[in-house]
Design a protein around this ligand. Sequence first.
Ligand code: SR1
Ligand code: MG
Length: 419
Amino acid sequence: MSASSAPAAEASYAFLTADTVAEHLRERPGLSDRIDPAALESVQEVGDGNLNLVFLLRDTAGRRLVLKQALPYVRLVGPSWPMTPDRARHEAEAMRLHGSLVPDLVPTLFDYDVDRYVLAMEDLSDHRVWRGALNDGLRHDGAAEAMGRYVGRIAFGTSVLGMAAEQQKEMLASAVNPGLCRITEDLVFTEPVVDAGRNGVLAANAADAAELVADSVMVAELGRAKWVFMTRAEALIHGDLHTGSVMVRAADGDQGPVDSAKAFDSEFAFYGPVAFDLGALWGNYVIAAARATALGDDAGAAWALQLCGRTWTSFEETVRAAWPARVDPRVFGDDLLEHLLQTWRSEAWLFGAAKMARRIVGLAKTTDIETLEPSLREGAARGVLQVARRWVRERHAGSDPRRAEQLAGDLLAATATTG
Ligand code: SR1
Ligand code: MG
């Protein structure tokens, strides 16, 4: 349901506040053992995403916990856009299953309150959101590989490759997530080229947005992407794996090799196409590179772009390493492995292009681009749109990620504007 046609959301449960979090901790089994409700010295509401309330709690002994509560509407817009809070259950189920496969790559979930849609999870205050680090020009080596491993383990472990058929079908049924999928179907695959009243760009980019709408190849490829997204239930994917859904921690200082990287915010999880998560990462690496290019940091842009290949290689190695353990090798032979990898690699370009286009013209833009001065933002936005339009064409001529990186780098450099 769109924001304009929907009735305002009414809550049937109480929203957490700084004054009620202690009561929640007391009521939920096990949480009082993790943090002392009677000795909270800091309660901060830090939800800066588009959908939820997020509280960071610390007690006087220094113990920390995060509470995240789903609101019955899209926070970014308000109660006029209702959204099922059951998305918190999807996040909890994804955290549990993903956590069983890659415990080092997702936050630990301690509790899920099904009545109030509240998750209690590990605090990651010693990490930072990767998008913010990228915006600051910081390099976290190894994060892209970690995310490739995350997507690869999920691809194998939650699909019929790694899971018994009956169990996989039960998971698939439980993970049907229509409300959140509808957001993606609208915002990612439709609205870049069919404005539903939520789009907007700088006046200087109006012609770029119009060219996107008039690009029949782009429209057709978005249609293919949407079809795959809506029909190909391959694995329990994250569903929103942009750089703002990844926390990173450098082993030493504020950048350099990471000793931890975590994918969080998996409320969009559902059984969908594996390459959607890869494309989300790739598209956001290009957006990070566009920012770096706009700011004259060419080395930073090159570094951001080569993350595409790093994520892909790690993903491919992870899937290949898991392959001998597939549940049913009788007809799932090595030819299927090559077919899947080839399909996913090509679709990463396609989904990456859709993700880029939506973040430039549609609702929920990125700080990478939006915090640039308009004179610089113009070229960055133009460059990202041109990369998107080029990728949907060039993927048919070969899907090596190094080509994707090269094409993107050339276009970003050619379209950059100066302040
Ligand atoms: C209305 S929600 C907008 C966006 O926020 C999330 O991060 C997803 O990307 C969604 O499309
Ligand atoms: Mg999110």
